[in-house]
Design a protein around this ligand. Structure first.
Ligand SMILES: [Zn+2]
Length: 168
C-alpha cells in the first residue's frame, strides 16, 4: 500500500469514532473532578486541551499537533481513538517535517507507556483500526523517513499483535 491507500483505509476504518467533546480531551489527575486537589487542569493539560479542541479527525491542512504531539500520551482513550488518524495523516501527507509526530506514534506503539495506558488506549482499538496502524508502520519502515531501527519496528509489531483480538 502507498501512503494514499493507507490513509484511505484509515479514513473508512476510523469513520465512526466520534469527537469526545471538549470536556473529554484530557482528564487531568490534578483536577478535583478526577481526584486531584486543584480547580481545573494543570498547565500542561490546559495547553493540550487548547491545541486539540475542535481539531478535525481527517483533512488536516497543517501540522496543528506540532509542539503538542506529547499530548497523544495525555489525552483520554476516546480522544486518542479520534485523533490517531489525524496524527497518521499528518505524517503520511508530509506535514510532519521534523518527524516529531511520527516519533510520538512510534513511542506509543513501542509500548514505552505504562501498561495501564497501553491497555486503555491501544487495547481499545478495534482489530481493523490496529490493521491500519500496522499498515502505517509497515510503510514507515519500508518507505518512510522516520522509522529505521528494525528492533523498534519488531517491538511495534509485537505490541499490535498483543492487542489484536482483545478490543471491545
Ligand atoms: Zn494535568
Amino acid at each position: 500500500m502507498n501512503a494514499g491507500e493507507i490513509f484511505s483505509k484509515c479514513k473508512i476504518t476510523f469513520t465512526e469514532r466520534q469527537y469526545p467533546g471538549d470536556e473529554n480531551i484530557v482528564h487531568c489527575t490534578y483536577d478535583k473532578k478526577y481526584g486531584g486537589e486543584f480547580d481545573g487542569p494543570c498547565r500542561e493539560c490546559t495547553e493540550v486541551v487548547e491545541v486539540f479542541t475542535g481539531k478535525p479527525k481527517f483533512g488536516n491542512k497543517h501540522n496543528w499537533m506540532l509542539g503538542s504531539e506529547f499530548g497523544l500520551a495525555s489525552i483520554t482513550p476516546q480522544a486518542f481513538f479520534y485523533y490517531l488518524p489525524s496524527a497518521i495523516e499528518m505524517v503520511l501527507h508530509g506535514l510532519d517535517r521534523t518527524g516529531s509526530v511520527a516519533e510520538t506514534l512510534e513511542f506509543r506503539f513501542r509500548g514505552l507507556d505504562s501498561e495501564e495506558w497501553q491497555n486503555s488506549h491501544i487495547g481499545g482499538l478495534t482489530d481493523s483500526e490496529l490493521d491500519c496502524v500496522k499498515a502505517y508502520f509497515d510503510y514507515q519502515f519500508q518507505n518512510g523517513e522516520f522509522l529505521h531501527v528494525e528492533d523498534d519496528y519488531e517491538t511495534i509489531l509485537k505490541t499490535i499483535a498483543k492487542y489484536r483480538g482483545g478490543a471491545s
